[in-house]
Design a protein around this ligand. Structure first.
Ligand SMILES: [Fe+2]
Ligand SMILES: [Fe+2]
Length: 411
């Protein structure tokens, strides 16, 4: 059985199934291991890890600890409660329509970021005028349909990670600002800080950046320096607010003080840096990297919710989750009527998505695929379903959306 336990409960012979360390987005590489001695405890503690998942079928059990399934159900209930607290309505145009605009924005974003990287390599100051123009366009797109741009940035080649990650983190920050009606000027500085939070990686040697295996201590120290490099580069740009370069400098700080470079704690970390930290980790864990495959968007929400207990500002994380919506596209859900389907779009109400139905559990029959806009019916989502147990991938639910997505992906 998989159990969630605190690291104090670990002892030799226990098999760690998941080190649960994705909140530390620069060091996600460790997988599974048997605890050999208590030195491991010290290492985990030094990395800021508080809770891990163990497998009692592959190693010793511990006294307390909760079945992982139970912990997950509790998280799922909490997520849905969060969304119900503020199901704000917003204007929306159909996904397909906005996808066309978003595709152009994505191309433009790629060129803005490539140019920025080029000028950094040449030692020139960072040019942000075009980036500001781009961010205005992104902001408008997200106001019309919050899914289009984020979905497009998820289609990325593995070597495009840093490029698409910059756009995607900026898109999440813009989505947050839009949802909470943050004033335009502040929105702009948060988004520009988000877009260039990792620009310092340009100065980290490529062999370290793309190394598929575990980094040596020296390599890891160099990797960690990227946040200082980012703030130095951001400072070369004319007229940027201090908040933007603080986001470069402090996006790896963690609320419990276990982050870097300055080991800041709680509200010593400025709010913009707290926000970009959440968006950064959410994008990192839900994207394919050179060394591992992505988890789904719902699983990503569960994780940042779980980690907000220690590693992020809890209240801000809850707000971030609300802004994304707890039914991201692709989530498998059950409705009150007993129908099962997959979320294929959002409506003006965050807890009433459009669901493509494929099964009726009450009658135990497959249904011909059809879409229900929950904002127009009495039916509602009652819980999540495991997409694997329904073999959702085989159902080809996304043929029409996927065609658009693939057409928008770079060659
Ligand atoms: Fe970073
Ligand atoms: Fe990042």
């Amino acid at each position: 059985m998989i159990k969630k336990v605190s690291i104090e409960q670990l002892r030799p012979g226990v098999f760690v199934h998941d080190f649960n360390c994705g909140f530390n987005s620069s060091n996600l590489i460790i997988n599974q291991a048997v605890i050999r001695d208590m030195k491991m405890y010290e290492i985990l503690q030094s990395w800021g890890i508080k809770e891990v998942y163990i497998d009692t079928d592959r190693g010793l059990d511990v006294d307390d600890g909760r079945p992982a399934l139970e912990a997950r159900l509790e998280t799922d209930t909490a997520l849905q409660d969060l969304a119900r607290e503020q199901p704000a309505s917003r204007r929306t145009v159909p996904l397909k329509e906005e996808m066309l605009v978003a595709r152009n924005i994505k191309q433009q974003a790629a060129s803005v970021i490539y140019n920025a990287i080029e000028s950094v390599r040449k030692g020139e100051p960072l040019e942000v005028e075009k980036a500001y123009k781009l961010i205005s366009k992104m902001e408008k797109s997200i106001t019309r349909n919050r899914d289009a741009l984020v979905l497009l940035t998820r289609i990325r080649q593995r070597d495009e990670y840093t490029l698409m990650h910059s756009i995607s983190v900026a898109a999440y920050v813009l989505n947050f600002c839009n949802f909470y009606k943050i004033p335009h000027k502040r929105t702009m500085s948060l988004a520009i800080g988000a877009m260039f939070h990792d620009i310092g990686k340009t100065l980290v040697p490529i062999e370290i950046l793309n190394k598929p295996g575990k980094l040596t201590d020296d390599e890891f120290e160099e990797m960690k320096r990227h946040s200082r490099y980012s703030s130095q580069i951001l400072k070369t740009a004319k007229g940027l607010p201090a908040e933007a370069y603080d986001m470069g400098l402090h996006h790896h700080e963690r609320y419990d003080g276990t982050g870097y470079p300055d080991g800041l704690k709680g509200d010593e970390i400025k709010s913009g840096s707290q926000l970009v930290a959440i968006a950064d980790v959410y994008d990192a864990i839900t994207s394919d990297r050179c060394y591992r495959n992505a988890m789904g968007r719902l699983e990503g929400l569960r994780k940042i919710y779980e980690w907000s207990e220690y590693h992020f500002n809890k209240d801000l994380t809850h707000k971030f989750i609300r802004g994304i919506g707890v039914y991201p596209i692709g989530t498998c859900v059950k409705l009150e009527s007993g129908r099962i389907g997959v979320v294929i779009g959002s409506t003006e109400n965050m807890i009433q998505p459009v669901v493509r139905i494929f099964f009726d559990e009450k009658r135990n029959v497959k249904m011909p695929l059809h879409d229900i806009d929950l904002s127009l019916t009495e039916d509602q989502v009652t819980g999540y379903e495991d997409p694997e147990s329904w073999d959702v991938k085989k159902l080809n639910l996304f043929e029409d959306v996927a065609v658009d997505l693939l057409a928008g992906s770079p060659g």
